[in-house]
Ligand binder design. Structure first.
Ligand SMILES: C[S@@+](CC[C@H](N)C(=O)[O-])C[C@H]1O[C@@H](n2cnc3c(N)ncnc32)[C@H](O)[C@@H]1O
Length: 272
């Protein structure tokens, strides 16, 4: 069952969520780097993909454009309705669906081993109870075919502390920043919604601890420039400097020190 506060937040922000990944060069790094790793690992034949917590459907549309069939799950009906419209607008109706209202903690509407690939891009960060996160990972694994691939991204814990530092802890408050530092949980409603920020090793342990999955790679999606959105956006206006920065980003985004400071971390795993 998805958290009530989280559902309320996304019910009110489905449109912002659709534009979130393209609103600036900095934001686009998260999207482009995720797609970069999807392209690296996905076979070129038509695959059946579950986009769990797919929100308004930006990745679902992108993958359908690449010729795959995507089933979208999200607990927020506003997201699903908006995704339906985007799919129709993109003329990809036959390639995305059904759209199912459900939480990653209970994917029982799907049989074991149904999907070639499962995506879970951010939702694990909105499950605050550790036991429920394990249940969610077990579900994502259960619905995957043997040798199937799992792509999961989550919010990084340390960069959130850097962002809180940048505004002198005025937005988060010191008590929330302390809880974030010590437990990973952030209770905020003033800024965003409740989430769990992961340390990279913690994310890896969550996936390896479940048994049946091998972690292939971990990457920082906003990478070395993470939390420096203003500088990254400024450099993007100079084509030569931007080319250099993208090269630098892709050569360093799998470095452990970069992953630890990334706002979003992507983990890629394979089912045994
Ligand atoms: C930051 S958005 C990301 C949406 C999409 N995956 C993307 O990357 O564009 C987080 C999404 O997680 C969904 N979510 C939150 N809790 C969830 C849960 N327990 N199960 C499935 N999805 C959940 C929200 O409804 C929202 O669509």
């Amino acid at each position: 069952m998805a958290e009530e506060q989280v559902r309320r937040f996304y019910s009110a922000h489905f449109k912002e969520e659709w534009y979130r990944l393209i609103r600036s060069p900095y934001a686009r790094l998260e999207f482009d780097t995720t797609v970069h790793f999807l392209d690296k690992y996905l076979e070129r034949r038509k695959l059946l993909i579950l986009d769990a917590g797919g929100g308004p459907g930006r990745y679902a549309v992108e993958l359908a454009r690449r010729g795959h069939h995507v089933v979208l799950v999200d607990p927020v009906s506003e997201n699903l309705r908006f995704a339906e419209k985007q799919v129709k607008r993109s003329k990809l109706r036959g390639e995305v669906g059904p759209m199912v209202e459900a939480s990653i903690e209970d994917l029982s509407v799907f049989p074991d081993g149904m999907f070639d690939v499962t995506l879970c891009l951010t939702p694990l960060s909105h499950v605050l109870e550790p036991g429920q996160r394990e249940k969610a990972v077990s579900e994502l694994l259960r619905v995957l075919k043997p040798q199937g691939l799992l792509f999961a991204s989550a919010i990084g814990r340390l960069p959130c502390l850097v962002l809180a530092l940048e505004n002198g802890f005025k937005l988060s408050g010191l008590a929330s920043a302390r809880e974030l530092r010590d437990t990973g949980n952030f209770q905020g409603e003033k800024v965003f919604t409740r989430f769990h920020g992961f340390l990279p090793e913690e994310l890896k342990r969550l996936f390896e601890g479940i048994g049946g999955l091998r972690v292939l790679e971990i990457a920082g999606l906003d990478g070395l420039g993470s939390t420096h959105s203003r500088a990254v956006n400024a450099v993007a206006r100079d084509p030569r400097a931007w080319k250099f920065w993208l090269e630098t980003h892709y050569t360093t985004c799998t470095e452990p020190s970069v992953i630890g400071l990334s706002e979003q971390v992507l983990l890629i795993a394979q089912k045994h």
